[in-house]
Structure formats: C-alpha cells, structure tokens
Design a protein around this ligand. Structure first.
Ligand code: ATP
Ligand code: MG
Length: 629
C-alpha cells in the first residue's frame, strides 16, 4: 500500500432492546474486556475450567514467537466435552442433531444416540488400522454421518481433514495427497435440488496416484446399494453395526493436532491449517457460549457446511460442547422455493441463526415476501460470517428477519483463527458495516506497514498482537508459510485484510489487502465501493476490481447483479456512478460498470475478485479448484 487512507464512516448505531442483556452470558463488554486485560492468562484459564480435562495444565501459555503452546501438558479429548459429559449430566435424551434432507425428510438424534454411533464408528476406524495421528479424509454430503465421522476421528486421536462435498475430484485429490490421508470416508451420493450427485465416482478418480489411501468407507444412501470393491472399500453402516459400542476417549495432549482444514482459496491456493485439541476446544466453546450467547436450550442453525471452519467451529465443536441442539440440512436455500429456510426456522423453532452475506444478499434479491410468509418470532440471535456484511444487508437482516429485536453478530475470523475474533457482543450497540470490537481475550488493531497503529478513520492492515488458544499451529507441511503470518508486519499476526477503526474502537473490514484499489494515490478497500453500490435499490450484489490505468494507478471496474425487477441500462449506470460519488466521493467512482447474471465465487460463497481481474486482463487466474461452477 502506498499510504494510509481516510475512510468515510457514518455514525449510525442500533441499541438492542435492554431485555437482551437480562439473560446474556456477557453482561457488559467493557467489563469483560478489561477483566481480560488485567489478567490475560487468568481469563483463558477460567474458561478452560468450565470444561473437563483428564489432567489440568502446568502453564496456560508458552509463547516463543511465532510458536505458541496453550494449556501445556493438559490432557483431554474434545469428544468427552461434546458427548460424555452431557451423558453423565443427565442430558442423554436431549436432541443433539436435527437433520433435514433435500426432500424435507427429518431425522432426530439424541446425545445418547450420537455418543453410541461415534463410539461405534471410532471402533470401526480402529479396526481398519487407524491409530492416533493418522489422517482421515472426510468427503461427504451434509448428513449426520459426516459429523459422526469427524467426532469418531477425534475420539481416537486421528486427525480429520474434512473436504467440502461440493469439490471436484482434482481438489479432493490434492487435499488427500497434501494430508497423506490413510482413509477416505465418503458417501455414494449427495442430493441437491432433487438430483443425485455422485460422490463416490469422484473419490475413485481422486485416489488414483494417491497411494497413501488404504481404505475407502462408503455410506450407501441410495437403492439399490452400489457395489463395493471388497479389497479396499467398506460399508459405513456395516462397520457401525458390527463394532463394539464402547470406545474410551483417547487421552490427547492439549497440543496434539485435532484436524487439518483447508482455507477457502479465495485469494490463492488453499492452505492446510492445523488446529490442536486443547486450545481449539477452549476457543470454540468460549465463543459459542459467550459471543453467540448459546444456551443448552437453544436450537442453533449454522448454515455452513462442516467442510469449512465455520461448520467445524459453530456446527460441530462449539455448539456440541455447550450442549445445544444443532440443525443441519442438505437442502439448498432456494429449492423448492426461496421460503424453504424460513419455513425451517419456524418449523424447528430455531433460536440462533448463523449464515453468510452471500445468502442474505440472495434473499434480499428475491424480495421480502418470502420471509414474511413465516413466523420467525422464535429467533433470538442472528449471525453473519465470511465476507463483509454490507450496511444495506445488515439493515435488511435486522429488520426483515430479526424484526428489529435480534442482535446481529457480524463475526470476523478466519480458518487460521479457529474462533470469532471481532464481533459485537450481544446487547452492545451495533453499527451496520462494522464487525465490532475484539472478543475479550483478543488484542486486535489496525496498523500501517511498520506496525504502528493508525488513528480512527484511517484505513490500514488488520493485525492480532498476541497469541490466542485457538490459533493455528502451522500450515500442514509448510511451516515457512505459517511463519510468514507472524513476520509480515512486526511481530504481529497479519490477517491479510484491510480495516478501519472508529472512535469507539469498532472495526470495519474494508476487504482483502490483495484487493486494495489504489486510485490516484488513494487506497480504497473493495468492500467500501461494493457496499456503496449495494446500498442502491437496484443492486443485489457487486464486486469491484482495479484495472491498471496510466494516469490513476487503478481505475475501478464494477460488476453488478441487479435485484429482481430491475433492468440494465446506460441510465442506470449513470445513476450508480452518481450514487457512489454521493456516498464515497469522486475518487471511488467506477470508470466501468458491467451488469452480470452471476459472480465467480468460492464454494463457500465468497466473491473471487482475482478471477474477475484475471479474466478482465486476460491473465492466468491461478488455482481455480475452489471456484463454484
Ligand atoms: P484463502 O485464505 O485461501 O484466500 P479465505 O481467506 O476466504 O481463503 P477463510 O479462512 O474461509 O478463507 O476466510 C477468512 C476470510 O474471510 C477473512 O480473512 C476475511 O477476508 C473474510 N471474512 C470472514 N468473516 C468476515 C466478516 N465478518 N467481515 C468481513 N470479512 C470476513
Ligand atoms: Mg485467508
């Protein structure tokens, strides 16, 4: 970046109804944050004390830059905290998972049932020769068995690597090879919009030249059941039925690896992020309880797939360690109609709903009449993650879905961070466009290239200044890449995102530092221009890129998806330019606007600006394995 830059901030804020605070876990953000500052290690130790350990830690933290150890020499097993302790605390018959199929079929699984199935499958994995430390690749549709497989790995200390079931065989192949997976757990097919999508055939292709793979476990959902090749293929349900139902949790060191998970691949090739047992468990439990304000009585619906970190942390490990009920579904948001998700919220009394801006913008595009058909009074808390939640999308979510009574948590975090890092605690004032303030326990700041804090209103680089329990420990097989995160700006952890703070310490994410636009010597975050465009009534979604310009440095090109009912025209282009000019000033106006039907996105729903840019400039877009078709 050439220099720091000013950002136009509006001071709008919403205060949730005071009743929200009456029952919230965090009563006052400032008190919680100051308590942490007074005794950082004590803060984390207190949270860890809420969980069960086979042996307690000698030290809370050991930090030798850039390597951290948390809860040293403590022993635990995350599945003990997600399952056994609820069973022993009289909650065996509480519902753990509600699953809804693409065709609306329901399945309900209690904690007792989940516990049994996990132990059976864990024994099944053992019978296939899986031992502590082995990598198991899980490539499945969003069915309960996907979660059972994850927990079964954790039960015996195998390191799971969940690969999103929507990936193609090349992406799967490279992830299997990178992690050197011994076993692949898969299903015959996924079902999407009433259609069968073969997974197993993709696995067959992916394991060619992957000699690390010894066995493939196949969940057969279809009839007639597909033939298995008995030398290396095993039926999922057969090993469940055959195996002993008792499996003691493996005693895991706090620093033993729990899983490898690949990032979304938005900015480049995906990185295999490694998380460990103790710190990750504490971080996801903590933020599920104290940030999402999750109670045992909640029905939590996180619409991600367990193939992404959001699913790992806030479908599986966080909510189950708190003892809540989770809803999962194979259904797509607009099939058979754009009311399907809202009907499910009504039907299952969902109280905490956590989704992504891409979904919210899709619903905005379809119109308010869909959510209005359903009674959404059960909702208590709404969350967002993955991309900046544009102020326009915030307002819509708050008003149309939350009816002005639900706090909105725009949570900023990454695969690498394992847990929420910046958000607005329940009951605190919310500012549209701002994720919020650092989670108590996290020291985040906006700095210049030399690591010096920039003043409020000035854009800069987002960094985390101190280690935290659920931070990644390495990039699998590429520790050099890991060290880069902690050595780019001073000794800080560099997130790779641009941000700005306001006078109250609220942080707004301005986009990726890779996507920064430099126009006539001024830096502009892509999210700023996109949010300005999305705030126009005709615009459903926008992506901007910089094109090299001999005079300006970058000239801005905007790609626009219109809302239903609006037509592309030159007049509208002029309107949009004027709109951006009024909102952000003359520097930020797009020189070119193109109306499009869709935008290139990752399979986790993030706009891939690098693809737009490469197409525009006729250059190589780089790794496209994550691109949604
Ligand atoms: P890759 O690192 O492979 O390019 P990725 O960064 O998209 O992919 P993830 O770890 O899934 O992979 O996403 C983290 C990134 O998502 C963050 O760095 C940030 O850019 C964006 N993000 C997540 N939550 C938010 C949020 N609430 N507001 C703005 N941006 C967010
Ligand atoms: Mg990233």
């Amino acid at each position: 970046m050439s220099e720091n830059f000013d950002v136009k901030l509006d001071g709008k804020s919403y205060l949730p109804d005071p009743s929200v605070k009456e029952s919230s876990w965090i009563q006052d953000y400032e008190t919680a944050y100051n308590d942490f500052l007074k005794d950082p290690e004590g803060h984390w130790a207190n949270i860890a004390e809420e969980l069960d350990w086979f042996r307690k830690w000698d030290r809370v933290k050991e930090w030798e830059h850039p390597y951290a150890k948390w809860f040293t020499n403590a022993k635990t097993n995350i599945t003990y905290n997600c399952l056994d302790r609820h069973i022993f605390n009289g909650k065996r018959n509480k519902v753990a998972i509600i699953w809804v199929g693409d065709d609306g079929k329901e399945e309900v699984i209690t904690y007792r049932q989940l516990y049994r199935e996990v132990m059976r499958f864990a024994n099944g994995l053992k019978s296939l020769g899986v031992v502590k430390g082995d990598r198991v690749c899980i490539y499945m549709p969003l069915v309960p068995e996907q979660i059972i497989a994850m927990l079964a790995c954790a039960r015996i200390g195998a390191v799971h690597s969940v690969v999103f079931g929507g990936f193609g065989s090349n992406a799967l192949h490279s992830r299997i090879k990178d992690a050197q997976a011994k076993i692949v757990v898969t299903a015959d097919a996924a079902i999407r919009r009433g259609k069968r999508l073969d997974l197993k055939t993709l696995v067959d292709k992916a394991v060619v030249n992957a000699s690390c793979v010894e066995k493939i476990v196949v969940l057969r959902r279809m009839s007639p059941p597909m033939e298995l090749f008995s030398e290396i293929e095993v039926d999922f349900n057969e090993i469940l039925d055959k195996e002993d139902k008792e499996c003691e949790p493996e005693v895991m060191d706090s620093e033993d690896p729990l899983f490898i998970l690949y990032t979304s691949g938005t900015t480049g090739p995906a990185k295999g992020i490694v998380h460990t047992c103790g710190g990750y468990m504490v971080g996801t439990y903590y933020t599920s309880k104290y940030m999402l304000d999750l109670k045992e009585s909640d029905v939590m619906w996180c619409t991600a797939d367990p193939g992404w970190i959001t699913g790992h942390s806030y479908i599986v490990y966080g909510p189950l360690s708190v003892g809540a009920t989770i809803l999962i579904t194979e259904a797509t948001p607009d099939y058979p109609n754009p009311g399907i998700w809202w009907s499910m919220i009504e039907e299952f009394d969902v109280t905490v709903f956590y989704t992504a801006p891409t979904a919210i913008r899709m619903f905005m595009r379809q119109g308010e009449e869909w959510p209005q058909k359903y009674n959404l009074d059960c909702l208590r808390i709404l969350g967002s993650v993955g991309e900046p939640l544009n102020p326009e999308a915030f307002e819509w979510y708050y008003r149309v879905i939350g009816k002005g009574k639900c706090p909105i948590l725009d949570t900023w975090w990454q695969t690498e961070t394992g847990m929420h890092m910046i958000t607005t605690a329940v009951g605190e004032p919310m500012k549209p466009g701002f994720a919020g303030r650092p989670v108590p326990g996290i020291i985040a700041d906006v700095v210049d290239e030399n690591g010096q804090p920039v003043p409020p209103g000035t854009g800069g680089l987002l960094v985390i200044k101190e280690p935290w329990p659920s931070m990644m420990r390495t990039v699998y097989g590429n520790d050099e890449r890991y060290r880069q995160y902690w050595s780019t700006i001073g000794n800080y952890y560099t997130a790779g995102d641009l941000a700005v703070k306001d006078e109250d310490g609220y942080i707004m994410i301005l986009g990726r530092s890779d996507d920064v636009l430099i126009v006539a010597g001024h830096n502009i975050g892509s999210a700023e221009v996109e949010s300005a465009l999305v705030s126009h009534e005709a615009v459903a979604e926008a992506a901007v890129i910089g094109k090299p310009d001999p005079l300006k440095g970058d000239s801005i090109k905007a790609f626009i998806i219109l809302r239903v009912g609006y037509k592309a025209s030159d007049k509208l282009k002029l309107d949009l330019v004027y709109h951006v000019r009024m909102n952000l000033g003359p520097i930020a106006i797009p020189s070119e606007i193109e109306f499009v039907e869709s935008l290139p996105k990752t399979r986790s729903g993030k706009i891939m600006r690098r693809v737009l840019k490469a197409r525009e400039l006729g250059k190589d877009p780089g790794d496209l394995s994550t691109l949604e078709e």
